[in-house]
Design a protein around this ligand. Structure first.
Ligand SMILES: [Zn+2]
Ligand SMILES: [Zn+2]
Length: 333
């Protein structure tokens, strides 16, 4: 079995490309965010902002607040770079990622708690020699925990140290509550804008071949695929923290930045459009927009939150019209 990947063409031999791979349930095409409608539609914009916050945005914010209060070393301690508190941060981050990605994986793939209901791709993960140890889950866990959490902790620790040592002032909630609330929201827009540009960079043929191809092994992503990346890609992926070296914020925002950059990919790569909550309804999960990127490689480099793909002509909403538009002979679908 061999694997050959480039940004223009994809050939993955040894993987079943012809079997049914469509959604287990019909999927609604991705809709264009109300915030960017023209002429402006305030109601649609507010509704869409609500969908960014509810439920996942608020879950990440709540988790960041709890983590700051209960699971972060005191700022005095972080004023000096020291391996003991940095290791504690690494352990904390590894446990939280394992809780979210591992929890989703256990429910959706091990226990198969909702069967194939809302599954984006009807195939289930299968062993393959392109993965470390021949298993997608093992491979994805390795790259996420060993490289991903390490780079995440590296950048987060440096940012905490920068604040704790007085190199930049901490903004407090008492003095600037509105500013910090805006900054909470800004995390979602900053992260997705930053992601578009570094991801576009990763699709330059040479960078793709040596780094980003590792993430694209996951043609059919699972929760652990979210930050399963090559260390070179992690080194660039977490540079978004550098914004907080020049724009002062509160440590909760620093923690939120890490959570949105690591936990939200676990949800968006879950492979299920919705998580069924039984008689309580359902909550959004897998991101069809990004799933299409894993299938077609040269569409949807960014996220819906900052729709730069729309301007760049690479916006694929999953509709039959978009499939027809982006179809090329011999191209992966
Ligand atoms: Zn991905
Ligand atoms: Zn990509």
């Amino acid at each position: 079995m061999s694997q050959e990947l480039s940004s223009d063409t994809v050939t993955v031999t040894g993987m079943q490309r012809t079997e049914a791979s469509g959604p287990a349930d019909p999927l609604e095409p991705v809709s264009f965010p109300g915030l960017y409608h023209w002429p402006p539609q305030p109601l649609a914009a507010l509704q869409w902002l609500g969908s960014v916050l509810f439920p996942w945005g608020l879950i990440y914010i709540g988790l960041a607040v709890l983590t700051w209060i209960f699971l972060t070393p005191a700022m005095d301690r972080m004023a000096d770079l020291s391996i003991d508190w940095i290791f504690l941060l690494w352990l904390r981050n590894a446990c939280i990622l394992a809780m979210v990605a591992g929890g989703l994986h256990w429910w959706l793939y091990v226990k198969r708690g909702q069967g194939d209901r809302y599954k984006i791709d009807s195939r289930w993960p299968r062993p393959g020699r392109q993965y470390l140890g021949g298993r997608q889950t093992l491979d994805n866990m390795f790259w996420s925990l060993i490289s991903g959490v390490t780079f995440w902790t590296f950048y987060e620790s440096l940012t905490f140290w920068y604040y704790a040592s007085g190199r930049i002032d901490i903004v407090t909630w008492a003095e600037s509550p509105v500013y910090l609330m805006v900054m909470c929201l800004a995390v979602f827009f900053w992260s997705t804008t930053h992601f578009y540009f570094i991801h576009r960079l990763m699709h330059l043929p040479s960078l793709f071949r040596h780094t980003h191809a590792l993430h694209h092994r996951n043609l059919n992503p699972i929760p652990w695929s979210g930050i399963s990346m090559h260390p070179y890609e992690h080194a660039v992926y977490f540079t978004l923290y550098l914004l907080w070296w020049v724009v002062p914020v509160h440590p909760v925002i620093i923690i939120l930045t890490g959570f949105f950059q690591t936990l939200s990919p676990a949800v968006s790569h879950s492979g299920f459009r919705w998580i069924s909550l039984g008689r309580w309804g359902k909550m959004p999960a897998g991101d069809l927009f990004h799933h299409l990127h894993h299938r077609q490689f040269d569409v949807n480099y960014g996220n819906i939150t900052t729709p730069i793909d729309y301007l760049a002509g690479t916006w694929h909403d999953g509709s039959p019209a978009a499939h027809a538009r982006f179809a090329k002979p011999g191209r992966r679908r």
